[in-house]
Design a protein around this ligand. Sequence first.
Ligand SMILES: Cc1cc2nc3c(=O)[nH]c(=O)nc-3n(C[C@H](O)[C@H](O)[C@H](O)COP(=O)(O)O)c2cc1C
Length: 175
Amino acid sequence: MDFFEALTRKRACRDFTDEPVSEEHVDRLLYAASWAPIASNRPYRHCILVDDPNVIQAIRQISPSLQPESPLLLVIYSDLELAHASVGKVGDRCTAVDAGASGENVLLAAAALGLGAQFTMISAMSGIRTILGLPSSCRVDLIIPIGHAERMLPPVSAEKPNRAQKVYRNQYGVE
Ligand SMILES: Cc1cc2nc3c(=O)[nH]c(=O)nc-3n(C[C@H](O)[C@H](O)[C@H](O)COP(=O)(O)O)c2cc1C
């Protein structure tokens, strides 16, 4: 699948079948996650794969807004201690940008592999950190449910993307 087709097929998926995600696909998703930029190039962004139904259930229990019941969660987290040591206070923002870049790669890879996925950010991120046994210096940034789509939204129109964004040229307000 070509990049621009993957862009239009990358829709938030909220209904999954029980079919597990193959190890081969998991490898491709992790590969995509890793090929996203990191400020300072220090390794402070990492992933945890959650495919144990008990752990998924524990996460769902503290996260009512985690709607999809997927066979796999890909959790992206940042080691804030290392980020601050690498780039200082701006590391707070860098880590969020880095996690988003990595997550978008995962969504695009999932679309290219014919899998469904979506971003999830929930208020109980620190509770999830506890469930996953992450040290307190780490922050859970994104939870990405992934699986085979039971029901997938149709691709967005390639000609007319439904994205609200303003584009100015050279100066704010100038089109
Ligand atoms: C930072 C971020 C957080 C999101 N959190 C959630 C979420 O908690 N639950 C959810 O169903 N969708 C979540 N989404 C998915 C968006 O709602 C979705 O991308 C949007 O509805 C557009 O749909 P589309 O991606 O299919 O075009 C999130 C997206 C982003 C970028």
